[in-house]
Design a protein around this ligand. Sequence first.
Ligand SMILES: NC(=O)c1ccc[n+]([C@@H]2O[C@H](COP(=O)([O-])OP(=O)(O)OC[C@H]3O[C@@H](n4cnc5c(N)ncnc54)[C@H](OP(=O)(O)O)[C@@H]3O)[C@@H](O)[C@H]2O)c1
Length: 358
Amino acid sequence: MSKFAFMIHPLDINDFARKFPLLGKMPKKVLYQITKMLHPLYVSDVDGVASEYNSIDGCFVGCPLVSEQMVEYPEEFVLNKIIAAGKLAEKKGARILGLGAMTSVIGDAGVTVADNLNIAVTTGNSYTISVACEATKKAAQLMGKGFENTEVLILGATGSIGAVCAQILARDYKYITLAARDKGKLERLAHRIFYQTGLSVRTTTEYRQALKEADVIVAVTSSVDAVIYPDDLKPGAVVCDVARPRDVSKHVAMERDDVLVIEGGVVEVPGNVNFNFNFGYPAGLALACMAETMILALEERYESFTLGRDLTLAQVDEITKLANKHGFKLAGFRSFERAVDEKEIEKIRKQVQEKYAG
Ligand SMILES: NC(=O)c1ccc[n+]([C@@H]2O[C@H](COP(=O)([O-])OP(=O)(O)OC[C@H]3O[C@@H](n4cnc5c(N)ncnc54)[C@H](OP(=O)(O)O)[C@@H]3O)[C@@H](O)[C@H]2O)c1
């Protein structure tokens, strides 16, 4: 039976403390020294992924570094840790490995990792893009925001995921702003979008101001810390937070009942899947990047489908077709670790209308 592996890592020190309560009591500095020395870990088996056409087995392997360490430590050290976890996946019989959270962001987005392994590697970003765009459009529509007069902001627009999200959303929306910190990269992307779609998009590095003006936001930066706070958002704003760790501060959930924040990229997995590991979602749901690895394994396409930062619309269209074939689909919306149904979205929408009418 075909086997896949997916690499996870603790997003922050609290994740570590949940898994190893004794280690969690140590000062952060000591804990970081310990994690630096840890070997990769076999986390769990994954069973029950089955479509109409095939069924597969899988597993989670763990890279024992938190997001902050991945960003701050020398790239070579971090990549070696990721490669070591990849070798563990190889030893366990996986034929394709997906890279989760920051393991797909560090360095050249999977290229060096793939060069150093004998199995296929994918970041999962193609399917993440597909699901994030679908979720954004659906949530915006439910909040009454059509394509014509909606201001869309992509924060982290020049990244691997953000750049293609921008190109896809430019097919429908008329007013788009691209935001990140590097002006040159933003302008190059804006030119590319104009060339491809004829749409003239704005760019800004002053994203705090741009956030205040946006109706719909796709948040997809690689920042380790939150970048969107309660005061940044316009009433009625819709935010699709694709980033891991998250871009939207938890304070938004506590202080703003007049905005809709959804997680980008949660999908239903076909079959009767058991991850044997709790990563915070109800049974049967997974992140789109995990799902991409499963889709490729179900298809028996042991190839490095998504690597590097230069992704194409064709890749996204192809993985979307394969996802549909095998029965993967956008799960209902989730916001700050809980499900949000259409009734609740309607309530937010009405609240905004009543509060700000006239
Ligand atoms: N939900 C899922 O299934 C899923 C799947 C894969 C990845 N992800 C997550 O998606 C995020 C992005 O991944 P990626 O591969 O696209 O990363 P990437 O290629 O490194 O791009 C990151 C983008 O964020 C911008 N950025 C970084 N720090 C920033 C800051 N402090 N403020 C504003 N902009 C900032 C970067 O541009 P500048 O450096 O010029 O600012 C760039 O545009 C990561 O959090 C990753 O873990 C989620």
